[in-house]
Design a protein around this ligand. Structure first.
Ligand code: F6P
Length: 367
């Protein structure tokens, strides 16, 4: 009898998810003796009655590595550690459903699980592993903020999209002698902003790891205009923080979604600069989910495919409780418990890209 593998995609979507799904399916088929299934909407597909599972055949997965999103769909409202359950009085209570999830997965006859997701999803993987589930993780996030891997798929695509948008903003900034602020994603880490600022040649790059001072930014703008270079392009991460302020966002109104929804710091900065007396006109563009949509760039397709193959190899070898990782240009694996210990942030003192940025005249708004 074939052994069954279950794949889940959880949290925010990201270009490359389908490439992992396809690679696991292909590698399992080639090895023989395996069946691969997908759980719809993260693990909700298992927790729902009746379960919503889909058999991942060659036909269903053919060519999907080129497509953005996830054919399995996803959600950030189904954390089995804190699953929102409506009470008879209409209120919502968070229930730990991890043991039930493990029991259901085993009862459905699955030998192993591949959980594709970011930091939140891998914490779930670790919890399920501790409850006796044969599980491996595959890291995804456009933010690239997972500690145990040098890169996550989706990140390069997000940087490419942001850079292309930045290039477009440069020409209009130049024509109108304007200050253009472009807000990119990056909840706690400034990787997308930093890479885009260097690739695009921004004058100013504002990231969560380096609190900014609007006065310093205004001085940089004024200096540029005094020199006759009559435009300025700023990249700002959604999680950037003014030195005397806090992040800009709102609490999610969605039941079960624990994240604060960031967004709006670009406009906040515009207001700060106007209040400080900035003379040139300022316009703000927020890229938002555009950075997460569409087809993955070639590098992300390859990285995601390699990670999918590795995930299957870990299962075949019985090496559970691990997350696939990209280290020093090699695909390897790390224990899940190490992978979930904190995030990977830009080190303002030691990151070589911060030095590269400063050396090429990019200001972080701090000095
Ligand atoms: O973690 C990835 C990310 O894209 C963040 O940069 C962003 O804050 C968040 O997801 C938004 O997710 P959603 O709108 O799906 O809740």
């Amino acid at each position: 009898m074939n052994k069954k593998i279950l794949i889940s995609t959880g949290g925010g979507d990201c270009p490359g998810l389908n490439a992992v799904i396809r690679a696991v399916t292909k590698a399992a088929k080639k090895a023989g003796g395996w069946e691969v299934w997908g759980s719809k909407m993260a693990f909700n597909g298992v927790l729902n009655d009746p379960p919503e599972l889909v058999k991942l055949t060659s036909k269903l997965t053919a060519g999907i590595h080129v497509k953005g999103g996830t054919i399995l769909k996803t959600t950030n409202k189904g954390n089995p550690l804190e699953f929102p359950v409506k009470q008879p009085d209409g209120t919502w209570k968070k229930i730990d459903r991890t043991q039930e999830l493990v029991d259901r997965i085993k009862h459905l006859g699955f030998h192993a699980v591949v959980n594709i997701g970011g930091d939140g999803s891998q914490k779930i993987s670790q919890a399920l592993f501790e409850k006796g589930l044969n599980i491996v993780g595959a890291p995804k996030t456009i933010d690239n903020d997972l500690k145990a891997t040098d890169l996550t798929f989706g990140f390069s695509t997000a940087v490419q999209i942001a850079t292309e948008c930045f290039d477009k903003l440069v020409t209009t900034a130049e024509s109108h002698h304007r200050v253009m602020i472009m807000e990119v994603m990056g909840r706690h880490a400034g990787w997308i902003a930093l890479h885009t600022a260097i690739a695009g040649g921004a004058e100013i790059c504002l990231i969560p790891e380096i609190p900014y001072d609007p006065e310093v930014i205004l001085e940089k703008i004024n200096t540029r205009y005094r020199k006759g270079k009559g435009f300025v392009n700023i990249v700002i991460a959604e999680g950037a923080i003014p030195k005397d302020g806090t992040v800009v966002g709102r609490r999610s109104g969605d039941i079960g979604d624990q994240h604060i929804k960031l967004g709006g710091i670009g406009n906040y900065l515009r207001m700060e600069l106007e209040e400080e007396g900035c003379q040139p006109q300022i316009r703000t563009t927020t890229l938002g989910h555009i950075q997460r949509g569409g087809t993955p760039v070639a590098f992300d397709r390859i990285l995601a495919t390699a990670m999918g193959v590795k995930a299957f190899e870990l299962i075949e070898a019985g090496e559970f409780g691990k997350m696939v990782s990209y280290r020093n240009h090699m695909i390897t694996s790390v224990p899940l418990e190490d992978a979930v210990k904190g995030n990977k942030f830009v080190d303002p003192e030691h990151d070589y890209l911060v030095k590269v940025a400063r050396a090429t005249g990019i200001s972080f708004g701090d000095q």
